[in-house]
Write a protein that binds this ligand. Structure first.
Ligand code: NAP
Length: 273
């Protein structure tokens, strides 16, 4: 979407996917992606920083799924977000590692550390979009001020802002700023990196809903309208997590909302200058 609200480069993003962060053992990511396709996932979220783009590409080819029927997100590493040419060069490198003709969604992993790099990096993302190297572009870990600044230099606004979001970190102001910028929240760490799956309050809700605690957390993010990308390397959890989409949590919505405690499980660059 342009800053004026006009639509450009429409590309539908599946609202549920598999995150592949911390899958660094040889073959771990490939096997998880193969299991995910088997379980019905159509969206994989990787990044250069995860060092497993090549395994995502191998899994797509080995699975036999049509390239067009799966959606691959990857990200420009923060350390590489230092200029226009560097951004294009690293997009090409990701295409090479994935061994694909295009990336479905390419994200700036976090606001470039040097504020002066933010405009040229985004303009290079727009170049990648216009060249067809990527089908959609977005940001990750951008706060309201970073999004607001984009209006001054962006030809196309980001389609998503990937940030930590879960029942314990619901970020109403950031969600509102993201949506006002025309983007969707892509919820990373929907299980707070696994730190909260044994939360007794969550367990009680899950028991009453006859589902698992992880399913409650995942479905909450999904029902809040977020693109939701839980990570698991275990085949049974990969199945459990996608099965959350069939769980009706509406009767316990207020109780889940009340789990909010501003808990950041990972990092949070959204408030950086
Ligand atoms: N843009 C960013 O800065 C950023 C930052 C963090 C994450 N992400 C993305 O978001 C994805 C998800 O976030 P995340 O990996 O940080 O954390 P997460 O999805 O919240 O949690 C993953 C952890 O929970 C465990 N788990 C998964 N399913 C479970 C279940 N059903 N029951 C109990 N435990 C379960 C996993 O262990 P097992 O693998 O052993 O099942 C793993 O330890 C990442 O993989 C990555 O793609 C992006």
């Amino acid at each position: 979407m342009t800053p004026d609200g006009d639509t450009a480069y429409e590309h539908e993003i599946p609202q549920f996917g598999l995150g592949v962060f911390l899958m660094s053992d040889n073959g771990e990511c490939k096997s998880a992606v193969l299991n995910a396709f088997e379980a019905g996932y159509t969206h994989i979220d990787t990044a250069r920083a995860y060092n497993n783009e090549h395994e995502v590409g191998e899994a797509v080819r080995e699975s036999g799924v049509e390239r067009e029927s799966v959606f691959i997100t990857t990200k420009l590493r923060r350390a590489h977000a230092v200029g226009y040419d560097e951004t294009i060069e690293h997009c090409r490198k990701s295409l090479k590692l994935l061994d694909m003709d295009y990336i479905d969604l390419y994200l700036v992993h976090a606001p470039p550390e040097n504020p002066e790099h933010r405009a040229p990096v985004w303009q290079a993302m727009e170049y990648c979009l216009e060249q067809g190297m990527v089908k959609s572009i977005g940001v990750s870990n951008y706060g309201p001020a970073h999004l607001e600044a984009m209006k001054g230099y962006a030809k196309y606004m980001p389609s998503v802002n990937q940030v930590e979001f879960n029942p314990w970190l619901q970020r109403p102001a950031l969600k509102q700023a993201t949506e006002a910028a025309g983007a969707k929240i892509m919820a990373y760490s929907p299980l707070a990196r696994g730190h909260k799956v044994t939360d007794p309050k969550l367990e009680k809700i899950a028991n009453e809903l006859d589902c698992t605690p992880a399913q409650v957390a995942i479905k909450f993010c999904y029902d809040e309208g977020c693109i939701t990308i839980p990570k698991s390397s275990r085949p049974e959890r990969i199945i459990e997590n996608i099965a959350s989409l069939d769980v009706d949590i509406s009767s316990h919505y207020e109780e889940i909302k009340a789990l909010e405690c501003n808990y950041v499980s990972g990092w949070d660059p959204t408030t950086e200058p």
